[in-house]
Design a protein around this ligand. Structure first.
Ligand SMILES: [Zn+2]
Length: 182
């Protein structure tokens, strides 16, 4: 398996390599929610919701991805880093080693502006994206896969491209990456 911090695909790397993907307002609003337990005790918690920039990126994605992601953010905080890539963006990602594919072969490429079948997510904590927190990426993938299953959406994660549920035998891994299987 590749060393995670050295990955150069789809944003699985350090922020400077992401360049333009990180421009804009990535600030994170949170909702205060009150949880009521069966013994009538209540606890006030912070529930993350997607920031403005994340929502803009998410709007370029297929409705099934949007649905799963809007559920997942209630469980675990993350940023939507990359959705649809047009030809220019895809070729730039290829040149920078963030993608192995030319336009229009990537599932990030969609003919219409709102139907990317791939999305890149990254865990967000302590006011910043946690690029080097492998456990957080894996946790997020579990949340995403579980929600996708309950919604009946076949979802492939970049940490297990061969879909055999073994997270240690993929030659190429891309932890931020999720894509619809069909
Ligand atoms: Zn990707």
């Amino acid at each position: 398996m590749e060393v995670f911090g050295n990955q150069k695909n789809c944003g699985g790397s350090t922020p400077p390599q992401l360049g333009s993907w990180l421009e804009g307002d990535w600030s994170r609003p949170v909702l205060l929610v009150t949880k009521v337990f069966s013994n009538n005790q209540t606890e006030v918690k912070l529930m993350p919701i997607l920031g403005k920039r994340s929502l803009e990126v998410l709007a370029t994605c297929h409705p099934s991805l949007q649905m799963i992601i809007q559920e997942a953010i209630r469980v675990f905080d993350f940023t939507v880093v990359c959705g649809r890539r047009g030809e220019k963006e895809q070729e730039k990602a290829f040149r920078e080693g963030k993608s192995k594919l030319h336009y229009p072969e990537s599932k990030h490429n969609a003919e219409t502006p709102t139907l990317s079948k791939a999305v890149d997510l990254a865990p967000y904590r302590d006011g910043k994206i946690q690029w080097d927190d492998r456990e957080a990426f894996v946790f997020l993938a579990g949340v995403m896969k579980a929600i996708a299953m309950t919604k009946g959406v076949p979802l492939r994660w970049g940490g297990d491209f061969n879909r055999n549920d073994n997270l240690h035998d993929d030659k190429f891994v891309d932890y931020p990456h999720f894509e619809l299987e069909s």
